[in-house]
Design a binder for this molecule. Structure first.
Ligand SMILES: Cc1cc2nc3c(=O)[nH]c(=O)nc-3n(C[C@H](O)[C@H](O)[C@H](O)COP(=O)(O)OP(=O)(O)OC[C@H]3O[C@@H](n4cnc5c(N)ncnc54)[C@H](O)[C@@H]3O)c2cc1C
Length: 428
């Protein structure tokens, strides 16, 4: 009997340390210097603030915590990572302070898994040390949900690949040192300052990039030629579950805020937490957050005990459920906050607007729902004839066969069963 929801005490100590560290160090830093980690490399003042904190994180073995041991990380596995992300996800700068920020994490993961020793030396180490930053260029303006629509290509010309195409919504593209560009025939690592990489003015955070006759040496192909889809799946599968883990933290923050506020305001003669509709908001949110959390932890456990590919259906379910629970809980929290909730003076508005973002990024919810439905339905067969398997008259007929010998031995028992059958039939 191996069901166990407890955290081992040694790891709980790590979690407690992370929670306190985030509360005492990470939150003040991000409130006053929101871009400190990104600016660290160029600004000694920011480095003086960030480096001692990152050293503490490294000293506790918590750096790059998403990577397996053989890929250069601490090798926590997904369950421990989920428990850590439930804390880190509360603070927007915590992932970068802990060396596990998107989109670099996914890029490091495929670099670690598919890179040659030279590629790892050249790009993985500096990425892990935050000496350089990366972006991932996959989505194209014609449509992101269907990779069959992507047309960006790399054509070999002597000792170089020549990339032509247009990408849309490459997060942090303009700030990246290297961009992982998904072409129809493979994923290529393109230094951002390569001639022909043209970054449009808008949008600002997630970039529209034209790749115009961009030339890179042959060794900039990552993994096998034609391996783009396999690498992309590996990259995005991991990313989705990490986002879901962090979404739990956001939901909990909204929930904590909702509960505190509900106990702090009065209306119509009582504190608002005593009004039943406020209680319903608290009760529904409590149940939904815990349902999401169990789904995510079960998925993380499945990955640890099999693989990301094996857990594909579960990961897809986590992806759209996280967005849905975040939407519901943050909306209720905003509502309980009344007018204050609809200002941007609390984190609630950002959480709520994070829900539609979660629904779209890493593949739109609809596509993941299709994955879940298709995979789940593979485990079923159509019934024969008109009636479903759970059709009472036929279920009873089948059940009577089990008692055939007993009825033959005791006719009274058969009569009693007939009587019961008549009584049940009368009910339909
Ligand atoms: C915050 C954020 C960060 C991102 N970062 C990156 C990044 O770093 N790199 C990158 O390459 N991309 C990135 N993306 C892009 C993301 O991958 C795409 O937005 C996503 O794949 C959807 O593509 P699309 O926006 O073109 O929407 P479309 O594909 O046009 O879909 C629009 C709508 O059409 C409907 N739809 C589409 N397909 C189906 C279907 N099969 N069944 C039913 N309905 C369907 C849905 O309602 C869907 O919402 C990011 C997106 C966001 C929001």
């Amino acid at each position: 009997m191996a069901w166990d929801f407890s955290t081992d005490p040694e790891f709980q100590e790590q979690l407690d340390w992370v929670a306190e560290f985030c509360r005492e160090e990470v939150e003040p830093l991000e409130l006053v210097f929101p871009y400190a980690v990104r600016l660290r490399a160029r600004d000694p003042k920011m480095a003086a603030l960030v480096d001692p904190l990152q050293q503490q994180i490294k000293d506790r073995g918590l750096w790059a915590l998403f990577l397996d041991k053989e890929l250069g990380g601490p090798g926590f596995g997904q369950v421990k990572l989920a428990l850590l992300n439930e804390i880190l996800g509360r603070y927007s700068s915590a992932p970068s302070l802990f060396g596990c920020q998107a989109p670099d994490t996914g890029n490091m993961e495929i670099l670690a898994a598919y890179g040659t020793p030279e590629q790892k030396e050249r790009w993985l180490k500096p990425l892990m040390n935050q000496e350089i930053w990366s972006a991932y260029s996959m989505t194209e303006p014609a449509g992101g949900s269907d990779p069959n629509l992507f047309v960006t290509t790399a054509v070999r010309d002597g000792e170089e690949w020549v990339i032509n195409g247009e990408k849309w919504y490459t997060s942090a593209g303009r700030h990246a040192d290297i961009i992982f560009v998904m072409c129809t025939n493979g994923i290529f690592i393109v230094p951002r300052d390569t001639p022909g990489v043209e970054i449009m003015d808008q949008p600002r955070t997630h970039d529209h990039i034209i790749y115009n006759e961009v030339r890179v040496p042959l060794d900039h192909l990552l993994g096998p030629e034609d391996g783009a889809k396999v690498l992309a799946q590996r990259r995005l599968g991991g990313g989705r579950i990490h986002h879901a883990m962090r979404a739990i933290a956001q939901c909990r923050r909204a929930f904590d805020m909702m509960c505190e506020r509900a106990l702090s305001r009065q209306s119509h003669g009582k504190i608002i937490a005593e009004h039943q509709m406020v209680q319903e908001a608290v009760a529904d949110s409590y149940a939904e957050i815990n349902m999401l959390r169990l789904l995510v932890l079960w998925t993380a456990w499945t990955i640890d005990n099999s693989s990301t590919a094996e857990a594909r259906t579960q990961i897809a379910a986590c992806k759209y459920t996280a967005a849905k629970v975040l939407k519901e809980v943050s909306y209720r929290a905003i509502h309980i906050f009344g007018s204050l909730g609809v200002t941007d003076l609390t984190p609630l508005q950002a959480m709520w607007s994070g829900a539609p973002t979660m629904s779209v990024m890493d593949g739109v919810d609809e596509v993941h729902k299709v994955t879940v439905a298709r995979n789940v339905l593979k485990g079923y067969e159509p019934h024969e004839g008109y009636w479903p398997t759970d059709y009472y008259p036929e279920m009873r007929a089948r059940a009577r066969e089990k008692f055939a010998d007993a009825f033959a031995a005791d006719p009274d028992l058969a009569t009693y069963a007939d009587l019961m059958a008549k009584r049940m039939a009368g009910r339909h």
